[in-house]
Design a protein around this ligand. Structure first.
Ligand code: SF4
Length: 211
């Protein structure tokens, strides 16, 4: 099967499978999404959603968080992974947003990755989810699932090379949707251990299907 055909079939089927694809993180502003995405590194969205209501109540704006010390943030995030490092990054990120960006979360890749604790994946999530752009953040699910299906060659061994390949072949105006499809598929069907190939809508076209 030609690569373009594989991408088209995957898009059609995953769009049908996940018609309301969206992030599972709870947020109501770019500031809240940025905090939630930073907390979600190496942690589940479910766990992050458990801690953010109290965190956002204590620090409702980026200015409030900028005025806090890491030690004041820590008690709210102690149950997520790497709470010490994340508390420090949140405090530093908020301070920099206030000092350099006038309290507005920046909207370009270069500006976002200049913030402490914000990498390319987090910046891409912000572009795709908070700012309505088209972007392909590559997390562990996107990386694994796109390799298994055969959307990317085995030579794509880094998140950036996977991102470039997916951006090249997915329809541009469905890129952010495709990101959500691959995440949801990886979370609920093509799981890291024991993928549910028998129940998978891609099992006749996936190169790793065991069904
Ligand atoms: S067929 Fe199996 S390996 Fe392929 S995408 Fe579906 S669950 Fe994953």
């Amino acid at each position: 099967m030609k690569k373009r055909e594989l991408y088209d079939l995957c898009s059609q089927r995953l769009a049908k499978e996940y018609p309301a694809a969206a992030t599972e993180l709870h947020f109501s502003s770019p500031y809240e999404l940025l905090v939630a995405v930073m907390l979600s590194a190496q942690c589940t969205d479910k766990r992050v959603n458990m801690v953010t209501p109290a965190l956002f109540k204590a620090f409702p704006t980026v200015q409030d968080m900028a005025a806090a010390t890491p030690g004041q943030i820590f008690p709210f995030v102690r149950s997520v992974s790497y709470p010490n490092a994340k508390s420090e990054h949140l405090a530093e990120m908020a301070r920099m947003v206030c000092e350099r960006f006038n309290g507005e979360i920046p909207q370009t890749m270069d500006e976002m990755v200049s913030l402490p604790g914000v990498g390319r994946k987090t910046a891409n999530v912000m572009l795709a989810v908070a700012f309505g752009g088209q972007a392909m953040p590559v997390d562990t699910h996107v990386f694994r699932v796109s390799h298994r299906i055969g959307l990317v060659p085995e030579s794509c061994t880094t998140p950036l090379s996977v991102e470039k390949e997916l951006v090249k072949y997915f329809q541009h105006d469905r890129l952010s949707d495709a990101h959500h499809w691959l995440i949801l598929h990886g979370r609920y069907v093509c799981t890291a251990r024991a993928p549910k190939c028998a129940a998978c809508c891609l099992n006749d076209i996936c190169r790793s299907s065991n069904y």
